[in-house]
Design a binder for this molecule. Structure first.
Ligand code: KIV
Ligand code: NA
Length: 277
């Protein structure tokens, strides 16, 4: 398969082909996402919660994202890779925003960057796009705003907030975004926005009316014993399976059932005899 591009994403929307996106944070998850057939991989700042064990995405740094993006690019050579701009990497100034977006491409090896926000990030988006870097927008629930939102809640349910998200989507498209992630908004709002945009929408907790879907890979594989959001569907129960495997290993070691000859190495008798003498 050939790597998706910004042009390909638009074509997929025009042809009504759903875009499949999945997060990945390291070499093995990137291998799984690519071999499983994802069109796009997101090195999301959900990394902070899913892989690093933080309560929110706020502690994630540029260095964290670059480090993990490098591992992901080694694992997936033919999938479009989008890396998240972490908290505070695009809030200080436009030059700093472009510099940080550039680092995700140049040092991390990503193909595109994702930025949370609407009208307040337009200037930054335009500057990044001017540098030749594809940008994916992110509207609705913006996890980096969790302290201002007062929790991870559905957004855009009332007229004012729905209109704001709708307007922001149009502004992000005008600013040059190649796609927009819509997180945790009502399905009819996703439909309205998707119908009015030429660029694809990629939903998470945004219903079946988006042009594509994204899930956190640890959630969909069930590699977690933490709370899972309602919108995350488990396609596997790997945490349970992995815990059982560790348990079996522990039992076999304690009962001297592992290792067996199959997992061990032999030595010639005469060498052993010489060692003993
Ligand atoms: O960080 C992330 O995983 C994301 C997706 C939930 C869209 O931003
Ligand atoms: Na994110």
């Amino acid at each position: 398969t050939t790597k998706a591009t910004t042009v390909k994403l638009r074509e997929m929307k025009q042809e009504g082909k759903k875009i499949v996106m999945l997060t990945a944070y390291d070499f093995p998850t990137a291998r799984v996402a690519e071999e499983g057939g994802a069109d796009m991989i997101l090195v999301g700042d959900s990394l902070g919660m899913v892989v690093l064990g933080y309560e929110t995405t706020l502690p994630v740094t540029m260095e964290d994202i670059i480090h993990h993006t490098k591992a992901v690019t080694r694992g997936s050579k033919s999938t479009m890779i989008v890396a998240d701009l972490p908290f505070l990497s695009y809030h200080i100034s436009t030059p700093e925003t472009v510099r940080n977006a550039g680092r995700l491409i140049q040092e991390g090896g990503a193909d595109a960057v994702k930025i949370e926000g609407g009208r307040e990030v337009i200037e930054g988006v335009e500057a990044i796009v001017r540098a030749g870097i594809p940008v994916v927008g992110h509207l609705g629930l913006q996890p980096q705003m969790v302290n201002q939102l007062g929790g991870f809640k559905v957004q855009g349910k009332d007229y004012e907030s729905a209109l704001r998200i709708f307007e922001d989507a149009l502004m992000l498209q005008a600013a040059g975004c190649c796609a927009i992630v819509l997180e945790c908004i009502p399905t009819p709002l996703t439909k309205l926005i998707s119908e009015h945009l030429d660029i694809p929408t990629i939903g998470i907790g945004a219903g079946d009316t988006a042009d594509g879907q994204v899930l956190v890979i640890h959630d969909m594989l069930g590699i977690t014993d933490r709370y899972m959001p309602r919108f995350a569907k488990k396609y596997s129960e790997l945490f349970q399976e992995m815990t059982t495997a560790v348990n079996n290993y522990a039992t076999e070691v304690r009962d001297s059932l592992f290792p067996t000859a199959q997992h061990s190495f032999k030595m010639n008798e005469d060498v052993l005899e010489r060692l003993k003498s």
